[in-house]
Every structure is written in structure tokens, then in C-alpha cells.
Design a protein around this ligand. Sequence first.
Ligand code: ACO
Length: 364
Amino acid sequence: MAIEIISTGRAIPPRRVTNNDLAGMIDTNDEWIRSHTGIGARHLADSGMACSDLAAEAGRQALVSAIERGAVAESTVEALALTVDVIVLGTTTQDFCGCPSTACIVQDKLGAKNAAALDISAACSGFIYGLETAAGLLGVNARRKRALVIGSELLSHFIDWNDRGVCVLFGDGAGAVLVEKTAAPSEGEGRRGLLRSILAADGSGADSLIIRRGGSRNPWQAGEVVDTPPHLEMNGRAVYNFAVKAVTGTIEALLSDQRSEDRRSEDQSSEDQRSEDAGISIDDVVRIVPHQANARIVQAAAKRLGIPEEKFYLNIEEYANTSAASIPIALDELNRSGQIRRGDLIMTVGFGSGLTFGGNLIVW
Ligand code: ACO
């Protein structure tokens, strides 16, 4: 049994805001943002839009693509949506605080009446966690065959636009993949689909990236006057240092099929040995698709691991950090432009609030 990605989709708000546009609003400039992050622009949703709007559109695009590519027997989006058994949505920016889940709203928008629906709260690692969750849900029940895994974020609605250290970093968007359980092998000769995932967390860093208001820790009080809407607070330096270690450790762990914590206590020679044992070397990986938080994080990790930077796909210049959406948006770009092809070995790697981190190894 293999868990294969059979199509991809994305939804990007049309409103494009460049660094120079921001420089007209706050004390920043294009040179600082580019040199510190690699970001050139971001796409921002209009105020009437919510997370489920982008998520449903990305999911719909994935369904359309599956039909157009002849990857499914169904010939209409409506018919295909009815065959989806699970919708897993990674997001930090749900339509509503607490309930209902945004995945349920997406299920309704798509007419995927037969699908179970759940949100994954793992911030920027949401898609990575979501893909593994969907694989598990398909794997444990013979009757479940298809899942939509979506990452969707409207972080612009949760940003203090006066905080120049944070607001320049983020953008809005959604990406989706349609996943199918197939009879192909997931191991050995001719293996296909999701080979393995690393899912990890370090909750001691929960304060480093946090939206403090609105939850059960700091609920709104009757009569309270709100000066600043709920917004993301970030300790940029702490997250940066964590992120470089998380990306480096996850890539090594995916190659060696070990948990990253186990790996840290090992010496280099045994690392090399285990990579060989697992039968995967970095040279076998066609593309690494990292979470797009900061080009410098990726460059630092590439340097530490001795991996050519070109192996990492970066589109942060156009979209900035779209959190859980960044990896599926990148996968859709690569897929539609033919830069990844059936049979290619692809690695995802990411990190985010929680703190969470992880990655997936996939035969496309
Ligand atoms: N424009 C101009 N100057 C700025 C800006 C800005 N937008 N932002 C900060 N500065 C200034 C600061 O005020 C400071 O000035 P000072 O030296 O006079 O005090 C100077 O630039 C340096 O600021 P630092 O915060 O030290 O800059 P640093 O080099 O650490 O870069 C950055 C900041 C880009 C945020 C970096 O720390 C980073 O990328 N961290 C990781 C962030 C991240 O990945 N977050 C997303 C995680 S995903 C998720 O879960 C949501």
C-alpha cells in the first residue's frame, strides 16, 4: 500500500504588496527586508476573506487538476469531491477561534459530504503534520481511499502592522494536495508515495511565536476595551536559531530514518553509516521543499549540511512566509511547471510555532 500525491492546487490572493509598498506605510525598506529574509513581496487577502475561502479554492484546484490530468475516473469536481474520505487542514488562522473547525467549513464549500474533517494546529509545520495524519487515517481503515491535505493561512489578519520586525515577514495563501491510497509498494523496488515523516515538537519554546489573546489562557473579558487586536508576537532571534537546527536535524533524520533527538547524540561516522543503511543519500533527493520563512535559514542549513543551495526550492521572494501554506504552494508550483516529475524523490522540511518541526520524504 502506498500513500501517493496525485494532484496539487493553490490559491493566492490577487493583492500583491511589495517591500516598497510597505516602506510607504512603516519605517522599513526593500534593502533591509531582502537582505535579512529574501522577501520581495507578499499577497494579502482582503478584509472580507477568511481562511476557509482560500483553503476551499486550493482544494478545488487540486480536484480540477486530478480530473484534467486523468488521475481519477471521475469527470466532475462535484463527483470527485464526494469520493474524498478525509480533509486535513493545517492552519493557525482558523475562520473561528475554537470551533467549528475550518476543515468542516471547507468540507461544506467543496460538497465533500462523505469526508471526515479536522484541523491540525502545528503552525508552519501544519502541512507536514497533516500529510502524515492523512496517511495514518487512510492506512487504518480499508474503506478510506482519498484525502485532501490543505495548508491555508491569513496571517495578515493576525499581525500588528505597526511591528516592523514581524509584519514584513508574512503573506496569505493556501496550497493543497489530493492524496490516494494505492496498491503500489511503499518500500523496496518501485516504492512510491510517502516513505516516511519526522514529526517533532519542543513546547518549551511556546512563547517564541505566540498569539496571546482569545484562548482559554487569556479570554476576552466583558467590558474590555481592545487596544490591539490579537496578533502574532515573535522572538525572531530565538526562532532563527531553533529553525536552523530543526531544518538541519530533520534533513539528517529523514535520510537516516531516525528521530532527530536520537541523532544529536551520535557521531558523524555513524550518521554516514545509517544514511547508507536506509538506502537514501542526499544525492537521491531531487528537490528539498523547505518552509519559506527566511531564505537565510535555508542558506545556513544548506551550508552546515554541505548541500547545494539550488537543491532547495525557494519562492519566498514572491509570497513571503505563508506558514502552513508555504510547502503545498511550493509543491504546486513545482508540479505544474514540470520541475518535479513522477518518480522523483522529494523532501519537505519545516518548523513553526509550538515550537514544531518535521519533514516528509515522498516519491512523487
Ligand atoms: N525594517 C528595517 N529595520 C528593521 C526591520 C524592518 N522590517 N525589522 C527590524 N529592523 C531593525 C531592528 O530594529 C534592529 O535595529 P537596531 O539594531 O537599531 O535595534 C535591526 O533591524 C536588527 O534587528 P534584528 O531583529 O536583530 O534582526 P535579525 O537579523 O535577527 O533579523 C528576522 C530579524 C529576519 C526576523 C530574523 O530574526 C528571523 O528571520 N527570525 C526567524 C523568524 C521566523 O522564521 N519566523 C517565522 C516562523 S514560522 C511560524 O510559525 C509563524
